[in-house]
Design a protein around this ligand. Structure first.
Ligand code: NZQ
Ligand code: ZN
Length: 384
């Protein structure tokens, strides 16, 4: 097992009706910026619950955070914060709204020339505004982690930053808020959760039984509940399991002591930046290709996963690894996710801009740093 440190200060409040607890979680004197997206929270009643819980507190609203949130929009929010002397942020929505809030919270105090340096130079965050979130889309884990992914629209760059200063103080997770999700977003959430686990589990073995078995329990839950949710979108316990799975998949716990990959995400971010695909869609396309191309490096874990997650006991390690990759691809299709670039109307011409960008940045991805730009090309060619 590798050395690790684990820190997570976010308080989770989970269950139906819990949005009312905002009243006890936010100081009465807070000047709040309520941050949300394109308005789904007004149609499903979440906005109304939030406003009722906030009572007489001073609330300013900032709507219009996009999926794959734009840096430029975040800067508009910073202006509002300064004008209105806001001292607490409350994102209500999915990963994009929470990620945007993390960037806004940090950008508000950034002293450098250009806030984009937080992403491009990974500048240190010295201070950030406090915030708590209300989650409506289980997928990213942003509600209980310190990462955020922001897009610069003019240069089509999608980059991540991490800082202990941007953990949410609290996050409220009410599975009933997810009943209104379109099928496409339910699918995206299952895929994102699955791939988060794979990035932290499917590298090479360091005999880390605890983290391995935590990861396998999440994968098993996704396979079982994910297959049911499409037909039962308002089954409380299915939704509750998927919601908690998404949070547990990326709050730092299952990464403890493990080597991590993250190449599927890095390639996926480029597909989103260039071709505007949903985050989940990029992952269900890239992962099976990456596992095939990098099979030798991941053989032990794939074979272990075949047996422990998919109940495949027959065959050599290599054969079980192949069967695990097929089972993953089959599961992705069962939940309605695309697995090839052609499924989203992309052809071979989409590959070179991504490879060129990786070459320029000098990126070598994966747990061993051996996913070179040439390997990225091979992975994407496998997905045509
Ligand atoms: O705009 P609104 O009205 O909020 O509608 C959203 C949006 O159109 C809608 N939606 C959310 N909750 C709903 C709902 N519609 C009906 N009912 C509800 N209850 O769903 C659409 C997608 O929302 P979005 O927040 O974009 O999705 P998601 O949660 O998948 O977030 C994706 C973003 O998170 C980043 C991704 O790269 C992407 O930018 N990620 C963040 C991570 C992190 N912070 O740790 C890790 C992830 O790997 C990921 O990269
Ligand atoms: Zn993700």
């Amino acid at each position: 097992m590798n050395n690790f440190s684990f820190y997570n200060p976010t308080k989770i409040i989970f269950g139906k009706g819990e949005i009312a607890k905002l009243d006890t979680l936010i100081p009465k004197t807070a000047k709040i910026l309520l941050i949300y997206g394109s308005g789904s929270i007004k149609k499903n009643g979440v906005y109304q619950q939030v406003i009722a819980a906030l009572g007489k507190r001073k609330v300013t609203e900032f709507a219009g955070i996009e999926p794959n949130p734009f840096y430029e929009t975040c800067l508009d929010a910073v202006k509002v914060i300064k004008q209105k002397k806001i001292d607490f942020l409350l994102p209500v929505g999915g990963g994009s709204v929470i990620d945007a809030t993390k960037f806004i919270a940090a950008a508000n105090f950034y002293e450098g020339k250009d806030c984009w340096e937080i992403m491009s130079k990974q500048s240190e965050i010295k201070e950030a505004l406090p915030f708590g979130s209300v989650l409506t889309l289980p997928a990213t884990g942003s509600e209980m982690n310190k990462g955020a992914v922001i897009t610069k629209s003019d240069t089509k760059e999608k980059l991540a930053f991490h800082s202990d200063k941007v953990f949410p103080i609290f996050s409220i997770l009410d599975p009933e808020t997810t009943y209104s999700l379109p099928k496409r977003q339910v699918t995206n959430g299952i895929i994102d959760t699955f791939v988060h686990v794979m990035e932290q589990y499917c590298a090479y073995s360091v005999r880390n039984q605890i983290s391995d078995r935590f990861a396998e329990s999440i994968l098993q839950t996704l396979v079982e509940e994910g297959s049911k949710v499409i037909k039962n979108p308002t089954d409380y316990d299915i939704k509750a399991n998927l919601m908690w799975a998404a949070t547990m998949a990326l709050n730092g716990l299952i990464a403890c002591g493990q080597p991590e990959d993250w190449a599927t995400h890095m390639i996926g971010h480029e597909l989103t930046a260039f071709y505007d695909l949903d985050h989940g869609v990029t992952l269900s396309i890239v992962l099976p290709g990456l596992l095939r191309v990098m099979k030798k490096d991941k053989l032990d874990k794939l074979a272990q996963m075949a047996t422990r997650v998919f109940g495949i006991n027959e065959g050599s390690r290599g054969e079980r690894a192949d069967k695990a990759i097929l089972a993953i691809e089959r599961f992705f299709r069962t939940v309605g996710a695309p697995t090839h670039l052609s499924d989203v109307n992309l052809d071979a011409s989409c590959i070179e801009p991504i490879v060129e960008r990786m070459e320029k940045r000098g990126w070598k991805l994966g747990e061993k740093g051996n996913i070179t730009p040439a390997k990225v090309r091979e992975i994407l060619q496998n997905r045509l």
